[in-house]
Design a protein. Sequence first.
Length: 55
Amino acid sequence: MRLCERCNRLLKSQKSMGAGMGPVCKKKAAEEAAQAEFERNQVTIFEVLYDKEAG
């Protein structure tokens, strides 16, 4: 059997082994990726103010 790439627990199903992580860890990883993307797209007030001054 293989281990989860995220939590190192044993993976039992073929689907989990193919994905490299169990369903709970897969969901958490997707949520973290979505949060990181959200934070990457945020704009601060300073970025807005300095952009208007330059343009």
